[in-house]
Each structure stands twice: as C-alpha cells, then as structure tokens.
Design a protein around this ligand. Structure first.
Ligand code: NAG
Ligand code: NAG
Ligand code: NAG
Ligand code: NAG
Length: 616
C-alpha cells in the first residue's frame, strides 16, 4: 500500500521539544541538556520541559554556552533554547518530541498519552528509553499516533554521537529515512534497527560480549587484565569488525567452528549455522573468497551515499590479480573522476602493471608492466592521459620486473625500480638513454637472484635535493625493509655497481614499498606492506636539509601515520590540498590528511587489486 505520510508541515520553523527527567542527578540532567544542544545545533529552536526549576535553568545555560561548539559540526545557525514547566506550552507546536523521562514504564505510558493529546497531529514522538521498546508505551495512544512513534536512543553525546532508531511495530516506514536525514543534519550518526529488538543493535552486541567475558572469568580461563589487553590488540589495534571478519575468514569456516560450540554447549543452531546454511552456504556465498560475496554483497562499493565517486581525478593501476579470471593480460589503467558512477577503463590487457606517473606539462602518462616476475619481459610504456597514442619506451627483453615509476618533469626523465633485476633505472621520455643507476647484484647469479634483500621496489626523485630514493623491501613481512638515497648525478668515474654515495636512511622496516618525498618540507613518506600491527601502514620521517638522515633510523624513529591497509602498495602526495592517496592489493583506494587523520576509503572492489596511483 502506498504510504500517504508527509513530513511534519513546515517543520523547519517548528521547535523540537525535549522532556527531561526532573531528576537532580548530574548525569541524567546533563544528558537532557546535551540532547537539546544537538537539536539546537541543527538549527531548530528547542523547548526543554522539566519539572525541576534547577534542571530548566541548567539546560538552557548548557545550550547557550555550548551550542556554538556543537554547531561547528553541523555548519548551521543554531536555534534557541527555552525551558518550560508546563507540558502544553513546551509541545504545542513541536514537530518532534523526545522523551527522556525516568525509566518507569507507567510514567512513559502516561507521558505518551499526554503527548498524543497535546501535540499537533503530525508531530513525531520519540523515546530515548534504552530498557523499553516504544511498543510497550502505546497502551493509551490513538491508532493514528502509533504510526508516528519510535525509539531514538542516544548514547553519550557529544563524545559518542551514535543514535539508534527503532520502530514501535506500527511506525510508518517513511519516517525512518526522514529522521535519518534530520539526525545527520544534527551531526549525529543514526542507525536504524530494521525490526523491534530488545537492546536495539549495539546493546545486543555488547550483551554477547559481556556474557562470554563473564563466562570466561567464571570458568577461570583468563583474567580481566588479559581479556582487555587481548581485546585491545585484536579489535582496537587490529581493527577487526565482526561481519567483515566473518566474510574474510569464510562463512563455511564460521559455521564449522560454531557447530563445535553448539555441540559442546547444547545451543540451538537456528540463528547461527542454520541461518548461514540456508542464506549463504547453500547458494555458494562463502565470503570474500567466493565471487558471490558473503554477508557483504560482492558489488563494487563506493563511498558517496548518492552512488557517485567522491574520488579526485586520478589514474590507478589494477594489477589484474583479483580479476574473476586472472591472467597475464588482466591489468588495466583506470581513470577516476569525481561524480562519475564508476571508474573508466583507459587501457586494458596489461601484464601486471605496477607503477604510473604523469608529466603534467606534456600530459603524457608513463607506466611499468612487471610481466612474469623473474623473466626479462618487463616493459615501460607511455600514452596520452586519455589512454590514446600508446608508445613503448622499454620493450620486453631488457628489464625484469619494473615496479614504482616516477617522472622528473624538469629533466624530462623517468625513474623506475626493477625488482628481480636488482636495479634502479632512469631513461628519457622516449625511452632513450636507459641508464642503470643502482645495481645490487647480478640476476644471472642464483645467490644474488634469490637474495630478496637486494630487490628494489619503490623509487622517487627529489630534483631540488639532487637525490633519488628507493626501497629494498626484503623478505615478505620480514622486518628487513630498507630505504636508500643516492645522488641524481652518479659520482664521476663511478658506476651503478661501484658508486659510493649510497646512504641507507632507514632499516629494519616491516616491508617498505612505494615512497614519495615532499620537497617543501623535506619529508619522506612511504607505504609498508609488512606484518600488522605496524606493517600495512603509511609512514613518514623528517629528513635533514640535504634530504638525508643522520644515521640509519628504524622503528620508533619515524611516525606511523595510519594502519590497517590490506597489502599496501601505491602512494601519491597532494601537499597543496593536504592529502595523501594510497592503494592496496585488497582492492581499496584511500585518502587521508598529511598527518594520516581522516582516512577514508574512496573506492573498494574485491575484484580489483590496486598498485600505482597518480593524480591528474
Ligand atoms: C538517553 O539514554 C542514554 C542511554 O541509556 C542515557 O545515558 C541518557 O541519559 C538518556 N538521555 C536522556 C536525555 O534521557
Ligand atoms: C558546556 O560544556 C562543558 C563541557 O561539557 C561543561 O563543562 C559546561 O558546564 C557546559 N556549560 C554549561 C553552562 O552547562
Ligand atoms: C554526490 O555527493 C557528492 C559529495 O557529497 C557531491 O560532490 C556530488 O555532487 C553528488 N553527486 C550527485 C549526482 O548528486
Ligand atoms: C652528492 O650531492 C651533494 C649535493 O648535491 C654533494 O655535496 C655530494 O658531494 C655528492 N656526493 C657525492 C659522493 O658525489
């Protein structure tokens, strides 16, 4: 049946009423003031109704003093707060009333009856109760009003801005998107329970955790300090989220493990194993490893809620290894543009592309294809920024496994590392003058070839400092990553094998990959693909005036800016706009500030594995 529900008429010019507890407890009184402040900061006038004169005065004072700081998050001109002892005066023109009266069910039933009588017919009534469902408060309200009542349960604003919305069993469905929008305008984070549920969403999760923690304690299996410490490592530092982790583990494995508990504890399988079996396992949805997804659907995920990309103009390489049928020609160059629905494929059929960069003056892009690792079939190409006019700079047959690639627009040269080639190279924009800059050994020598500490991966150039930098990542997750620096000009009379200007700036890194230098501030940034907690991270270190470090630094001497990447690779600085972009093989493109804060996923696709990135 089509719903005839309309938002409360002219709601923008009507107040929000908050009904206080009348209790002189600091905490509850405070919460009521904070709730009022939230709605005032969204631009609504707020009417506080409280039986206690002290609470009324405190509530108004709190809003007056604090609303401007709340409003920094909403960007709105705050409304005013007024307090009333009389219920009718407080609610007679409200579009929303939130009750936060004491948690006594009879009092709530009577309050809703009173509100039903005193508020305009289109007013939405909400309960902040955490212990009662709003369906338990409906005894004396009219049938029509039941469709406009819901739970709106706040936690501890402004520290925690989460609010849970839940139906009373009759609530008009259209009210939820409307209240979600209004809640977002108030800078709170709304979550809608899709059904009535004792404990809403969060308190149920929390209940399960409490229950098992207590059982572990009761059985003498562990102690509080160790439970908390393990929790911190796994869930806080490790960043585990339950549903995503189940998908990563595999839903078949989750069901298998759950069956043990079912058998040992005599539990019902109804909502666990049977639920998984019928809804996921039977249809081949096993989680991340299956193309059909799991608890999360396998579709491309973009961050913007309106379904468009919020990425800047940029080019990103998909190495092709996560394609549905990976092959040596699944690699692609993708263009992201703000507002587009999906990335555009500029160039297809690439053999494990890894590094990409652009020469802004000419608008030419350059990229490396690794080819088969260990074979001398790596290649370097260039094209126009729209993917046309592809030219071969270094054809297969000369270099081994070219990785990060960087353009020096001033000298019109490109630099790239060659991993299994144990080298760093430079050449002109047309591929001429291919020059070996660093050579860590001989690929033909088996001992050298197998010594991964000689592998060069990332490379960047700092023309003003007269230096270039590269990483030697060492064994996978091996804590033997290093970052080196040498002069752009090879010392006279020396060669890639014999040069004596090579300096090791950092050592014992989890597994350093790509790097970039900000020449304005002499700051070196790099991605690291090593073991968690400190691998799979973005890092930075301050260099001295000549672009070096006094001695080889190691963990503790540099800053870990952000963690939790899924096999981190690509890196691009946009210092002008204070942004850093990163990619990982897990199919994510990230953006964060120069200090690593405000990290967000710009794009994510399980069927892609991203390497090089550059901004247009
Ligand atoms: C709303 O509920 C939360 C959680 O139970 C509680 O901490 C807070 O005091 C309540 N706020 C009001 C205004 O009742
Ligand atoms: C404003 O908020 C601060 C921080 O929560 C609080 O300490 C202060 O008492 C509030 N002002 C009033 C008048 O309540
Ligand atoms: C989608 O949202 C983004 C960011 O909020 C905005 O920049 C963009 O214009 C929106 N696009 C459309 C089609 O509404
Ligand atoms: C490297 O370059 C710096 C300045 O660019 C210079 O002072 C130094 O002598 C060079 N080192 C070698 C070994 O050539």
């Amino acid at each position: 049946m089509a719903s005839l529900w309309q938002p409360p008429l002219n709601y923008l010019n009507r107040p929000v009423a908050v009904l206080g507890a009348g209790v002189l407890g600091r905490r509850i009184g405070r919460q009521c003031s904070r709730l009022s402040c939230i709605w005032a900061s969204a631009g609504y006038n707020v009417k506080i109704r409280d039986p206690s004169a002290q609470q009324r005065a405190d509530g108004v004072a709190y809003v007056e003093e604090n609303v401007s700081s709340y409003a920094q998050k909403t960007g709105k001109t705050p409304g005013k707060a007024e307090a009333f002892e009389d219920m009718q005066a407080a609610v007679s023109d409200a579009w929303l009333v939130i009750e936060a009266v004491p948690e006594k069910i009879q009092l709530k039933i009577d309050t809703f009856a009173e509100l039903d009588a005193l508020t305009p017919a289109d007013c939405i009534l909400a309960s902040n109760s955490s212990s009662y469902k709003s369906s338990e408060m409906l005894e004396k309200v009219s049938a029509a009003r039941k469709t406009q009542i819901l739970n709106m349960h706040y936690y501890m604003p402004p520290e925690c801005m989460v609010v849970e919305l839940m139906t009373d069993g009759h609530t008009t469905q259209d009210i939820f998107p409307f209240m979600v929008e209004r809640s977002r305008e108030a800078a709170t984070l709304p979550y809608v329970a899709r059904k009535e549920s004792t404990g809403f969403i969060f308190n149920r999760l929390w209940a399960a955790i409490k229950r098992e923690a207590l059982t572990i304690l009761a059985q003498g299996v562990s102690v509080p300090e160790e439970i908390d410490s393990m929790w911190t490592e796994m869930f806080i530092k490790g960043g585990m989220a339950p549903c995503r982790t189940m998908d990563n583990v595999g839903l078949d494995t989750v069901a298998f493990i759950e069956n043990h508990y079912i058998a040992e504890r005599g539990l019902s399988p109804e909502f666990t194993v049977n639920f998984l079996q019928q809804n996921y396992l039977d249809s081949g949805k096993l989680g991340t490893k299956s193309g059909k997804g799991g608890l999360y659907s396998p579709e491309t995920k973009t961050i913007a809620t309106n379904g468009t990309l919020s990425a800047p103009n940029m080019l990103v390489l998909d190495v092709g290894l996560s394609a549905a049928t990976p092959s040596m020609s699944s690699g692609e160059i993708l263009q992201f543009s703000p507002g587009a629905k999906a990335p555009q494929i500029l160039v297809k059929g690439q053999a494990l592309p890894d590094g990409i960069d652009i020469d802004r003056p000419s608008g030419r892009i350059f990229w490396s294809n690794m080819g088969i690792p260990g074979k001398v079939d790596g290649a370097i190409y260039s094209a126009n920024a729209d993917g046309t006019d592809i030219r071969t700079l270094v054809a297969p047959g000369t270099i081994n496994t070219p990785k990060q690639l960087i353009v020096d627009s001033l000298s019109q040269e490109i630099y790239f590392s060659d991993r299994e080639g144990l080298s760093v190279y430079r050449c002109n924009f047309d591929g001429s003058n291919l020059e070996l800059l660093i050579k860590n050994g001989d690929f033909e020598n088996q001992e050298h070839r197998q010594d991964v500490s000689r592998w060069c991966v990332g490379v960047t150039v700092a023309p003003k400092l007269g230096k270039f930098y590269w990483t030697q990542k060492g064994p996978s997750k091996g804590n033997n990553g290093r970052i080196f620096c040498a002069n752009i000009t090879t010392p006279a009379g020396q060669s890639a094998q014999s040069r004596d200007d090579i300096k090791c700036l950092l050592k014992d890194l989890p597994e350093a990959i790509d790097l970039e230098v900000d020449e304005e501030t002499n700051t070196l940034y790099w991605t690291d693909r090593g073991e968690i907690p400190f691998g799979n991270s973005l890092n930075k270190v301050q260099l001295d005036g000549s672009g070096l470090t006094e001695k080889p630094l190691s963990f503790g001497d540099y800053e870990v800016l952000t963690r939790h990447l899924k096999e981190a690779i690509g890196l691009k600085l946009d210092t002008k706009n204070g942004r850093i972009y990163m990619t990982d093989l897990g199919g994510n493109i990230y953006q964060c500030d120069l200090d690593g804060k405000n990290k967000k996923v710009l794009y994510s696709d399980d069927f892609r594995a991203f390497t090089g990135i550059t901004l247009l």
